[in-house]
Design a protein around this ligand. Structure first.
Ligand code: AP5
Length: 622
């Protein structure tokens, strides 16, 4: 069967960080070549030569920090798979209790980051890196960096990115942070800072955000007092000093006035959302407006869970997931990709075409997991996988799932393939039509002669109780919201139980749908949408058609992690051949207007509707 008119078809178709000379040298080297950020208000920023970032004599004027945490640190066919099960089991799984934790803690000024960091360091022994502390130490030491930073800090503004980033990356690279793990406090504080870490592949296992109402924050800042001797954080009402002697020596931070706190808070809010997008998949929000021990109880259980998950990982491969790239993948360059296959409007697709896409999806997924991504989604809608088309085939979907599952099982991982079960009550009981019977199909499929099904691969449903201790990876087959039945609560329960283990959604449909029949969803709409958005595309492929039609194919949009989105135009060649020509690439998923612009080859008007030839795509691409 051919989709498309003949004329188009194939037409052609710190614990306290001690100041060590090495770190000082490193920082000096990395900072001495810096210029002030262009974001700096200074009209002609002076070059930061920083000849003496630290006092030359270690004992002389070493920066005295205001908190103990401030004691500065410078100081395909089934049978081809599961070929070497026993080998994988024996050699690749290697529990590593020593894999250190990497934690970021964020929150508005005075949300309690420093207070929680003291407790975290005490229990987990991580190297605490607080940019506020590093900077205050520079200020107290009167270094050039400190003098430069002082004006920004005292005004309640952010210090230029370059200064802070150089300090943080130098500190993170020191052996103690590598060995003990790190706790990054107050960094990144802007989108640019987050991107600097991403570029260096420095990623946290968990990103904690402390949430506290504004009015409480102001009271906490204004009442904060610091002991310059011990570095301990007090509060005149909440945590008064233990003795009169301590009380007498307490100091107030110069940026802790109500006016400056408001400015800091405003800057925090302006940046928070942009940073969140980078860490959504590992983000955990915690209510910080509770007694500090209660807050720590929650932080502690989160970190303990992450630590436990990490202990399950292998030494080979990714430190979080334990996934190692097959050797052919480790070196494989996207440049070797053969381009988009043609004859995609020939239905059913040939085995070559299906295999081609399975392989493309698999490589992207492996790369993403290898890079430590844990909340992933694959969106692919070649005609056989596009439920909007009557040529949709559940067999193609399950075959894709089998290829991915068997590949990870080959690698010694225990994979759980999950299909949404019946949801709702009474007349609403049932499951999305598209998934009816899928579980049975999966159970009857050929999973190879090696007995993968039941050992390395289990079939399950979606929900927290489906997560077993021995599971390494979860593949969720087309989880969908249906009116009255929101899958998000179950999905969230599942990902929370899965912790740092990868969860891959294949062709999810999680758009928010209105509830019906009084069925309550425990999460609010915003939270549901935010949660759905926390899954990152590791693979995206969509054919493009004229608005309102499903033929001829006009082009394709493809993204294979970690490469950019690529927009292709399908061009008919003489002699009944077709070709896909690259029109443009995009760092993020392009909007409908950007697709239009690229196809039309000219900038469009600012005011435009999405009802142009690609209007059909607007709900898909935005
Ligand atoms: P920084 O020192 O990081 O300041 P901040 O982010 O504003 O955070 P704070 O240190 O004020 O508060 P906190 O959350 O640690 O709260 P704490 O535990 O002390 O940065 C200072 C400046 O440096 C910035 O303004 C900027 O200029 C610069 N800077 C830093 N990083 C930068 C970056 N990446 N880029 C650019 N510039 C950067 O608690 C506060 C008070 O509340 C205390 O009194 C405490 O006792 C009390 N408290 C804590 N927990 C509780 C609780 N649960 N209940 C009641 N009271 C509590």
């Amino acid at each position: 069967m051919q989709v498309g008119s003949p004329s188009h078809a194939l037409i052609p178709p710190v614990t306290s960080l001690s100041l060590c000379p090495m770190s000082a040298t490193m920082l000096h080297a990395s900072l001495s070549s810096l210029h002030c950020s262009s974001a700096s208000p200074s009209p002609s920023p002076p070059r930061l030569s920083s000849p003496s970032l630290y006092p030359s004599s270690p004992s002389s004027a070493r920066p005295t920090c205001l908190r103990s945490r401030h004691v500065l640190s410078f100081s395909v066919p089934a049978k081809t798979h599961l070929r070497a099960k026993s080998k994988s089991m024996g050699l690749k799984v290697n529990c590593s209790a020593g894999e250190p934790l990497k934690v970021m803690i964020s929150g508005a000024p005075a949300s309690g980051k420093g207070t929680q960091c003291e407790l975290i360091v005490k229990k987990f022994g991580l190297v605490h890196i607080s940019t506020g502390d590093l900077l205050r130490a520079e200020v107290s030491a009167g270094t050039e960096i400190g003098n430069k930073a002082k004006e920004f800090m005292n005004a309640g503004k952010l210090v230029p990115d370059e200064i802070v980033t150089a300090m943080v990356t130098a500190r993170l690279s020191l052996p103690d942070a590598q060995e003990k793990g790190w706790l990054l406090d107050g960094y990144p504080r802007s989108y640019a800072q987050a991107q600097s870490l991403e570029e260096r592949k420095i990623r946290p296992d968990i990103y904690i955000v402390l949430e506290v109402p504004d009015e409480i924050l102001i009271d906490r800042c204004v009442g904060r007092r610091l002991d310059p001797l011990t570095g301990k954080i007090y509060h005149i009402k909440n945590f008064p000093p233990e003795t009169e002697e301590i009380k007498a020596r307490l100091v107030t931070r110069p940026d802790d006035t109500e006016e400056k706190v408001k400015s800091r808070l405003e800057i925090y809010k302006q940046n928070a959302q942009a940073i969140l997008s980078t860490y959504l998949s590992v983000m955990n929000k915690i209510d910080g407006n509770r007694p500090k021990d209660v807050v720590f109880g929650e932080v502690d259980s989160l970190l303990s869970r992450v630590q436990k998950d990490k202990a399950k990982t292998t030494k080979l491969g990714n430190p979080v997931s334990g996934i190692s790239l097959p050797s052919n993948q480790a070196t494989k360059k996207e440049g070797k990709w053969r381009g988009i296959p043609t004859r995609l409007n020939n239905i059913p697709h040939s085995r070559e075409i299906r295999t081609y896409f399975y392989d493309d999806v698999l490589q992207a997924t492996q790369r993403a997991i290898y890079d430590g991504k844990t909340r992933l989604k694959v969106e692919i809608n070649i005609p056989e996988l596009n439920p909007e088309m009557d040529v949709y085939r559940i067999g193609t979907l399950t075959e894709l799932v089998r290829v991915i599952a068997l590949s990870f099982a080959d690698d010694g991982k225990r994979v759980k393939v999950c299909v949404q079960g019946s949801m709702g009550e009474g007349a609403l009981a049932g499951m999305p039509l598209q998934l009816a019977g899928t579980r049975k199909i999966l159970e009857f499929m050929d999973w190879g002669d090696d007995g993968a099904l039941g050992t390395f691969i289990q079939i399950g449903s979606i929900g927290a109780k489906e997560v077993d201790e021995q599971d390494d990876i979860f593949i969720l087959v087309a989880p969908q919201n249906a009116v009255g039945n929101c899958i998000i609560d179950d999905l969230r329960g599942m990902t929370e139980s899965a912790g740092m283990r990868p969860v891959i959604l294949i062709n999810p449909r999680l758009k928010d749908l209105p509830g019906s029949s009084g069925i309550m969803q425990t999460m609010g709409r915003d939270k549901r949408l935010e949660y759905a958005a926390s899954f990152e595309n590791c693979y995206f492929f969509r054919l493009l058609y004229y608005a309102g039609t499903q033929y001829p194919i006009m082009g394709a949009l493809r993204m294979s992690y970690p490469y950019p989105y690529q927009l292709y135009k399908r061009v008919d060649q003489p002699s009944r051949k077709e070709e896909y020509i690259l029109l443009a690439t995009f760092d993020g998923r392009p909007s409908i207007d950007e697709v239009n612009d690229a196809f039309l080859g000219k900038p469009r008007n600012q005011v435009k509707s999405t009802s142009g030839i690609w209007g059909f795509l607007s709900s898909i691409l935005q």
